[in-house]
Ligand binder design. Structure first.
Ligand SMILES: [Zn+2]
Length: 249
């Protein structure tokens, strides 16, 4: 049976964790039992995901969004106490991989979203190379692209800009990367896809003639952790199960 440290060392090495400056610790965040036969995966280490891991009898919960973000209070109270208490009660390891799991050229959220949507990455740029620039396989209207996203992700995107225009050059970054819109425009993107939208992007889309599609933070970030789970299954012969939740954001 695989050990916690073998699995984590493989993840760190594969995802090249040491190369990233991140907002939360990557790797093990809460320590549990040593031997791992079953891994539960989820986008976020929510209370519901922890309870699912316990019900499933998993020894590890592996997520994209762990805990201990820099913006968070450091005290272990309230909801955070409840999450940690549940992990400790069931002796479940909780490990998170954030930016390394966005960026990985094969297993990453950005690469996996492109694979799902049939987009081709030409290059990456911007902060820590997280912004992807590429082309649609065939040019289509932004409205058709939005419909394609809705169908494949199971969630209607929030759109800004003129959706009747035909687009081909695309920029994308999964999650809360609305701040990369300007960089995507500077790189010549006609349409930019990310997980969230803020007030300013509506105006930027209208005033530059580009299209902004907010396809959901959770919805755009399911696929990296699923790809990582598949890779772990192949490498360590562990069982993996995925917890999805209907997060509208
Ligand atoms: Zn995220």
């Amino acid at each position: 049976m695989a050990t916690r440290s073998e699995i984590l060392a493989w993840c760190d090495d594969t995802l090249q964790t040491r190369l990233f400056k991140d907002y939360a610790p990557n790797g093990l965040q809460v320590e549990g039992t040593e031997h791992i036969a079953k891994i539960a995966t989820a986008v976020t280490a929510s209370r519901a995901a922890i309870e699912y891991a316990a019900e499933q009898g998993a020894q590890m919960l592996l997520v994209h969004h762990g805990m201990f973000w820099k913006s968070e209070p450091v005290t272990i109270t309230g909801w955070k106490k409840e999450r940690i208490a549940a992990l400790l009660r069931h002796n479940i390891n909780m490990a998170g991989y954030h930016l390394p799991l966005d960026a990985h050229p094969e297993l990453g959220n950005n690469a996996q979203l492109a694979k799902l949507m049939g987009w081709e990455t030409e290059y990456t740029c911007g902060e820590q190379n997280l912004l992807h620039i590429g082309r649609l396989k065939t040019p289509q209207t932004a409205a058709a692209l939005a419909a394609d996203l809705a169908q494949k992700l199971g969630r209607e995107p929030v759109a800004a800009g003129d959706l009747s225009q035909t687009v081909s050059r695309i920029g994308w970054c999964t999650g809360g990367a609305q701040g990369f819109f300007q960089t995507a425009l500077d790189e010549g993107a006609q349409v930019y896809v990310t997980g969230e939208i803020s007030e300013a992007q509506y105006h930027l889309a209208n005033e530059t003639g580009a299209v902004f599609l907010s396809a959901g933070h959770h919805a755009t970030e399911r696929y990296g952790i699923l790809a990582l789970a598949q890779a772990l299954q192949r490498r360590f012969n562990v069982e993996t199960v995925f917890f999805d939740e209907q997060n509208p954001a």
